[in-house]
Design a binder for this molecule. Structure first.
Ligand code: AMP
Ligand code: MG
Length: 488
């Protein structure tokens, strides 16, 4: 470990000590000019870094990829993945892992530059990223953190002053991301396909040591690893569903072993409730629609299981049996997280058999009336059913009465029910038009205040503060559906 006294960077490189086929050593490509346009001060402080030093010439050089901090061993990680169902070799084509920063409390976190130039995995790509999408990733990932949803974090964005050619020339940028690791299902797929069983065992042991040290001495630790990843993903995807988050590109290379959300490309939050919602321009079949996310998660976990088979049991059919049994638990796990979360969203503190149908009835009425997902639960939380578009509809009034009868049947007071709802229903989410407005001000005018105000409001979405009121408003109705893009 090497401590950089001034900034506080404290690097170790355990991944770079793994078998050499797992990565390629590669340095970021230097850029000509650089401007630090966003710095996440609270994250920097949490990491034990000195904000003033990070803002200094030397500090910014690190974020720009122009200077390798002492002790860092930059690499591009190899991985494969199923993209929209098709298996292919991938790897970090425009990201470089500087190394793992060890925080003052001893946490090991990956520090990765995204958009830092070509790597041996770039194929035809330029290895660069553009300012708008990097700011968008910053906003959404930090909003997810505010929502208490496991996610990688965003530490900084540097504008490189270079033009990046997409459909037109766009300003280049580099995002610094912080993750508990970048181990993906796709990492296991890469080693299972192109490595040997010994390498697979090394990777699995590494994942266990890093994310689930409590199972490291289990006799059946590889099965336990699979079960832990299932648990993490079931919990994560339930959290996405409960706030209307649509990831947009749930390829196996974008699904982590840690259970964190990564790869904020074409993601967006649902506005009007429709389970078939898709935002991504390339997802023409709706494979990654809101309603499909749990099943896709489970499909991805089956791909993970396939990679683990040689470690689960020496007899393949027995290994398959073990994997299938564990895999089949996903559905129940996911469902119980979802149901518990929906109960909380409705202020329900105990369990009744009919809760599920009460919840489903509401969702169905919301769908019929195209009610805004976030604002419906916000209105219920504020006890203002009249604020929803469903107000006045007989079916909604009937549902509302039934719900209140349900709340009256639990021992806890309505006050505690409403408090629970306040803690479970975000008052604000990164609404698409607000995100676009912040990006436009930043990219077109160099004005970062709009984004800063948005970030402030999103940092505690459960505050129900007066400042948040303005951010709960819906955009002017538009006939055009919102579209998102990846690989930008
Ligand atoms: P993503 O859609 O971000 O998950 O990326 C899929 C794959 O494409 C990964 O291997 C990326 O590293 C690679 N990739 C995306 N954009 C670029 C780019 N501009 N240059 C090189 N590789 C890229
Ligand atoms: Mg990816």
């Amino acid at each position: 470990m090497t401590q950089n006294k001034e900034t506080g960077w404290n690097f170790d490189n355990s991944y770079a000590r793994l078998p050499e086929s797992f990565f390629k050593s590669v340095e970021p490509t230097p850029v000509h000019s650089k401007e630090l346009v966003v710095l996440n001060k609270s994250l920097a402080t949490f990491l034990g870094l000195d904000v003033n030093e990070l803002r200094s010439e030397d500090g910014i050089e690190v974020f720009a990829g122009n200077r390798i901090p002492e002790g860092a061993h930059p690499i591009a990680q190899a991985y494969a993945g199923h993209q929209f169902g098709h298996f292919t070799m991938l790897g970090d084509g425009r990201a470089v892992l500087l190394g793992e920063h060890i925080t003052p409390s001893g946490e090991r976190l990956d520090i990765q530059l995204k958009g830092s130039g070509r790597t041996p995995f770039s194929r035809g790509g330029d290895g660069r990223s553009t300012l708008g999408p990097m700011l968008r990733e910053y906003i959404i990932s930090e909003a997810m953190h505010g929502l208490s949803i496991p996610t990688n974090r965003s530490l900084s964005v540097v504008a490189t002053g270079e033009s990046v050619l997409r459909e037109t020339k766009l300003p280049g940028a580099i995002l610094t991301r912080v993750s508990s690791s970048h181990l993906r299902i796709g990492t296991f797929q890469y080693v299972a396909n192109w490595g040997n069983v010994e390498e697979l065992r090394i990777l699995a042991d590494y994942a266990i040591k890093r994310h689930f040290p409590e199972i490291k001495d289990n006799e059946d630790r590889y099965l336990a690893l699979f079960q832990e990843v299932i648990k993490g993903q079931a919990a994560l995807i339930a959290k996405w569903q409960l706030v209307g988050f649509i990831h947009g590109v749930m390829n196996t290379d974008n699904m982590t072993i840690s259970g964190e959300t990564i790869d904020y490309g074409p993601c967006a939050f649902m506005d009007k409730y429709d389970p078939a919602t898709v935002f991504s321009s390339i997802d023409v079949q709706g494979r990654y629609a809101y309603q499909n996310q749990p099943a896709i998660g489970q499909w991805n976990l089956a791909r993970f299981a396939e990679t683990l088979l040689p470690l689960l049991h020496e007899k393949e059919d027995h290994a398959v049996e073990l994997a299938q049994e564990a895999h089949s638990e996903f559905e129940e796990l996911y469902h119980s997280h979802w149901l518990a979360g929906m109960r909380r969203k409705l202020g329900i503190l105990n369990e009744e058999e009919q809760d599920k149908s009460l919840i489903e009835d509401l969702l169905q009425i919301m769908k019929k009336h195209q009610a805004d997902f976030t604002n419906t639960f916000r209105a219920l939380t504020l006890d203002k059913p009249e604020d929803t578009v469903m107000a006045g509809a007989r079916e909604f009034t009937h549902w509302y009465d039934q719900w209140h009868e349900r709340l009256a049947r639990q021992a806890e007071s309505k006050t505690s029910a409403y408090q629970l709802m306040k803690n479970s229903n975000p008052a604000v989410i990164p609404r698409n038009h607000r995100v676009e407005e912040a990006l436009e001000a930043a990219v077109e005018k160099g004005d970062y205040n709009v984004m800063a105000e948005l970030m402030d409001v999103l940092s505690n979405p459960y505050a129900y503060s007066p400042e948040q009121e303005e951010y709960t408003k819906l955009p002017e109705p538009s006939n055009l559906p919102y579209r998102t893009f990846c690989g930008t």
